[in-house]
Design a binder for this molecule. Structure first.
Ligand SMILES: [Zn+2]
Length: 217
C-alpha cells in the first residue's frame, strides 16, 4: 500500500480539465494542477484554474510556453519569460508556496530541467520546486496508462504521479484509475513526497546538481 499524490500538467484545457475536476470532486480527491501561463490568457481556461483552486486543488507554475526545457533555453530572458511571466499571470491563483514544476520532455529528470539562472531565481523568489517520480506516459498510451501507473505506484511507497489534463482519451480513464488505487488499498493525499521537493519556499533541501544544467554558470 502506498500514499499517492496526483498532479495534472500542461492545462487548463477547456475540453478536458472540467471533466477531470468533476471526477476529482466525485471521488473527494485533492490534487495539483501545474498550468501554462500562455493558456491562462484564454478566459475559459482561466476560469477552470479558478474553479480548481476554489475546489481545494493547488495551482502551480509550469512555465509560459513549455517549449524548450529551461536548462537548454539559451534566451537571456528565459527565466523572466517562462517563470516570472507565468507567476504574474497566475496572480491570486498561485499557491502561497509559489509552486513551480519544470518540464523535462518525456518526463525525464536531468540536467535539462533548470538553468543556473532558473535555480537562482527560484531560490531568490522563495519558490517551491516540485518534481515527480511516477510518469505513466499517458500521452503515449492514452488507453493503457492506467495499468502502467498502477504498476509504478505499487513499486513505490510514496508516488507523485504526473498526468496531463489536455488528453481527452487518457483522462476518460481517470475515474477508473482512482477506483483501482482505492481498491488496492492506496491512500490518495495532496501533499508531495519530500524527495520530490528539492527547493521548498526558497530553501534548498536536496542536492540540485542532478537537474541543473552544468554549463552557463
Ligand atoms: Zn509538462
Amino acid at each position: 500500500m502506498a500514499e499517492v499524490t496526483l498532479s495534472f500538467d500542461n492545462g487548463p484545457e477547456p475540453q478536458v480539465t472540467g471533466g477531470v475536476l468533476d471526477v476529482l470532486a466525485r471521488r473527494a480527491v485533492k490534487a495539483s494542477f501545474f498550468v501554462l501561463g500562455s493558456r491562462l490568457e484564454a478566459g475559459a481556461a482561466r476560469r477552470l484554474a479558478e474553479r480548481a483552486r476554489a475546489e481545494g486543488h493547488w495551482i502551480g507554475n509550469h512555465s509560459w510556453s513549455h517549449q524548450v526545457p529551461l536548462g537548454e533555453d539559451a534566451r537571456p530572458d528565459a527565466v523572466e519569460r517562462e517563470i516570472a511571466a507565468t507567476e504574474r499571470a497566475l496572480g491570486g491563483l498561485a499557491d502561497a508556496r509559489r509552486l513551480f514544476r519544470p518540464f523535462g520532455g518525456g518526463g525525464k529528470i536531468g540536467h535539462h530541467l533548470l538553468s543556473a539562472a532558473a535555480r537562482d531565481y527560484l531560490i531568490a523568489n522563495r519558490h517551491t520546486c516540485v518534481l515527480w517520480n511516477c510518469v505513466p506516459e499517458d500521452w503515449i498510451d492514452q488507453e493503457g496508462w492506467v495499468e502502467r501507473a498502477l504498476d509504478q505506484v505499487a513499486a513505490s511507497p510514496r508516488a507523485l504521479v504526473v498526468l496531463h489534463d489536455i488528453l481527452p482519451v487518457a483522462m476518460s480513464h481517470l475515474d477508473r484509475f482512482i477506483g483501482a488505487l482505492l481498491d488496492a488499498g492506496h491512500r490518495i493525499v495532496q501533499d508531495y513526497p519530500q524527495q520530490c521537493v528539492p527547493i521548498e519556499r526558497g530553501r534548498v533541501t536536496a542536492d540540485l546538481s542532478g537537474f541543473v544544467a552544468e554549463s552557463g554558470g
